[in-house]
Structures are given as C-alpha cells and as structure tokens.
Design a protein around this ligand. Structure first.
Ligand code: GAL
Length: 421
C-alpha cells in the first residue's frame, strides 16, 4: 500500500483512537479540563460531586499545563478522531472556532429554561454564543490583573504594599535585600505574557489596551504605550529568579506560600492555591490590583461546551451538567475554591473574603464605566494563533536583554499581522 496522505491520516486516526480511550458509556460524563493544581482540583471536585448527585458517572479528563494549551492540543486529536469528550473547558473566541466547525451542541433550550439571560452579565454573553445561539455555559469571572502579596515577607523586609510602580520597585529592592525573590514569575510563555498583559493594561489604560489587543489597531500596536509596556517588563527581569524556566504557575505561587518570594502577578486562581494551603487573607497573603489597574478589570471567563451527543442518554447527562453549572450551589461552592467570582452577580460571596469583595466591586465599576477588558493572555480577546504569536514576541524580548522595547514593539506588530493573515 502506497503511503499517501490519506493512508497516513487513516493510520494516525487508527493509532490515536486505539491510544486515547474506548467510546464513552451512556450517562458517563467525560469532562476535559486543565484544573490540576491543589485549588483547581478542589474546585473541580464540586463539579464532579454535582454530576454524580444527578446520577451520572464522572470521567475525569484532566490535561494540565500551559493554562489550557496542552488540553486544547489533546482535544483536537480526540475531535479529529471522531471521539470527543461529552464536555470540555473551552474559552473565548476559541468557542466560535469549534462551533463554526459544527462540533458543538446548541444550548438555547437550556439557556431559555434556566433564564441565562437574567443570570449572565450582558458584556459576557456574546462570547458564549455562535451566530446568536448559546454554545457554551460560563461558570465564573476571573480577574487577571492581581498582584499577590506575601505579608510575612513584606513585614520581615520592612516593605510597604505597593500602590504604584515606584513603590513596587522600592518594595522589590527591600525584599531582595532581605533575601526573598521579589517577584515570583513562572517561566512559561503564558505566565510571562500574563505579566506583560497587566503591565500594558496599566500603562495604556483599558480603552487603548483594547484598541491594541482586541481590535489590533495598527496605531495602537505601534504606540508609545506598547513600547513603555515592554520597558516596564524589562525592569521586572532582575526581580525574578533564574530558576523559573518551565516552572508552572502553582509552584510559583507556592514560593509565596513557603515564604520564599514576596509578590506574584497572576489571575485569582492563585487565591485558590493560598486557600488550599490554608493560608489566610489579611494574615499570610493579600491581593492588590497591579499598580495602575485599580479601576480596570482584565477578565478571564471559564466555560464549558458540549460536543454533539450520540444518543438520548448522553444528551440528558449533558443537559443535567449544563443546568447544574448556573445553580446557586455550584456557583457558590466552585468559585469559593477556584478563587474566581461567580458568573451570577446575585450569588453572595464568602464571608470575610476581601479579595472576592474587591474583585466584585472592580467588576461592577468596570462594567458601569465600560472598562471591562477581555484578557489577551487568557484567550478572551483573540484566537490561539494570534495569541501564541504574541506570546513568542513577549518571551523572546523577556529572555533576550539585547532586544530594545522599540524593536519588540515592531516585532509584535509584524507577528500579529502575519498570524492574522
Ligand atoms: C486559565 C483558566 C483558569 C486557571 C488558569 C491556570 O486559562 O481559565 O481557570 O485555571 O488557566 O491554570
């Protein structure tokens, strides 16, 4: 048999099918997600419990790493081989890509029956829809532009909690002198990009940031604002540790928990790690907005899609899961562990959780003042193709001190242009 593309694909599909898993059994809900850290796993267990309480079998399909990039690569293989899971964590514009290819179940019947239009904040509905139909269920609101503070290190170093970048670098110097890693940064492209993303939001402001990283406007991308954001990123370099290459985000948060580092810029899934380690807000750690972003809200929304079911039982198990996701019980319990806000603004927040209170106030303010910003680094503003092109430029710059912020600005514009082509 001549090796042709056709036969090659057939053999790849054949081997992938054999390799991955047998077909899912009826009422067994196989859920693909990337929640593998301590706090994430605790939150995922709320989802599992709810599905089992509804008489279904949970099949965990956790693919950790790279904030979902590994999970999406695995999902593509499963989908191409005609064996996707019943449900998968997919976010942002990527939802539209899967819907356009015809993989996703229409959820309008559930959305109507469960009054999603009353429960999902208006600015967050469109991204869950394809051509006006619901194809994804949102479950939370993560704020990305947080600076996490290890209070013990700050006390020991005699440092003050920063409110602008001048006081940030003053604190960083004091932490360094006291023997702490001032800024814990994990050496993965998405983590460096998350730092850059929040610095750009601070330097450019929500409106200009969105012109650059949502609309990809040429002038905004080539503006001083982007160059200054790269300069600020460069200033962070000496405050990070050299052992960070490949270190995942939760091991990086661990550096604060273990009192070895003073600060971390990360979305509030980091709070889930502090809480899973029994750390107390206000005693061991606290949260402030990345300096200059107090009135901005860079959002990351986790959501589930459902692949077209093969039979009535699969369909029913999907319906039960989708309905469960916006119940008060799931919204309250999942988000308490996850560190995010409930997507439903009518759900009370845990007592004494000041970071959650701050986040909700910031969300309501940003919603009112139109400063809600879909996060570029977490896939809410663009597709993975454009995002990974941006990640490459940011990381090339961060690890190559010879490149100037001006050169990086030019490189970023060219990279986006070719990724969009
Ligand atoms: C994000 C995801 C969050 C959090 C984070 C780190 O992409 O939306 O829920 O889990 O990755 O894994």
């Amino acid at each position: 048999m001549r090796l042709t593309l056709k036969t090659l694909c057939a053999s790849v599909i054949q081997s992938t099918l054999l390799y991955i898993t047998p077909a899912a059994h009826a009422s067994e809900v196989e859920v693909l997600h990337w929640w593998t850290s301590a706090g994430e796993a605790k939150a995922a267990s709320v989802l599992r419990a709810g599905i089992e309480q509804r008489g279904h079998q949970w099949r965990d399909f956790a693919v950790g790493g790279q904030a979902g990039i590994s999970a999406m690569n695995t999902l593509r293989i499963r989908a191409i081989s005609g064996n996707p899971p019943l449900a998968a964590q997919i976010k942002g514009p990527e939802i539209t890509e899967w819907a356009r290819l015809g993989f996703l179940r229409n959820l309008n019947d559930i959305a109507e029956a469960e009054h999603w239009e009353d429960k999902i904040p208006a600015p967050l509905r469109d991204v869950m829809q394809y051509q006006g139909d619901y194809v994804a269920a949102p479950i939370n609101i993560h704020r990305v532009n947080w600076l996490w503070i290890n209070l013990r290190a700050f006390k020991d170093a005699g440092a003050a909690i920063p409110h602008d970048f001048e006081s940030f670098f003053t604190a960083a110097d004091k932490l360094q002198q006291a023997g702490y890693i001032p800024l814990a940064l994990g050496g993965e492209p998405w983590q460096v990009a998350t730092l850059f993303d929040t610095l750009a939001l601070s330097v450019m402001g929500p409106e200009h940031y969105q012109q650059a990283f949502l609309d990809f406007d040429r002038e905004a991308l080539l503006s001083d604002g982007v160059t200054k954001s790269f300069s600020l990123l460069a200033k962070m370099r000496p405050y990070t540790d050299s052992d960070n290459l490949g270190r995942n985000w939760s091991d990086t948060t661990r550096l604060l928990i273990d009192n070895r580092a003073g600060m971390q810029v990360m979305g509030d899934w980091a709070k889930g790690e502090f809480l899973a380690a029994n750390q107390q807000e206000g005693k061991n750690f606290t949260c402030v907005a990345v300096p200059g972003t107090e009135q901005a809200f860079s959002y990351n929304i986790d959501s589930f899609v459902f692949f077209k079911p093969n039979n009535a039982e699969e369909r029913q198990s999907q319906t039960d899961m989708a309905e469960y996701l916006l119940t008060p019980q799931f919204q309250r319990d999942f988000n308490r562990y996850k560190g995010s806000l409930p997507i439903r603004l009518d759900i009370p927040l845990p007592n004494g959780d000041t970071c959650a209170e701050k986040s909700r106030q910031a969300f309501l303010y940003a919603e009112q003042h139109n400063t809600l910003s879909p996060s570029m680094s977490h896939g809410l503003s663009t597709t993975r193709y454009v995002q990974s092109a941006i990640f490459d430029v940011i990381n090339e710059f961060f690890y190559n001190p010879k490149q100037t912020p001006e050169e990086a600005t030019q490189a970023l514009y060219r990279a986006i242009l070719s990724a969009q082509a």
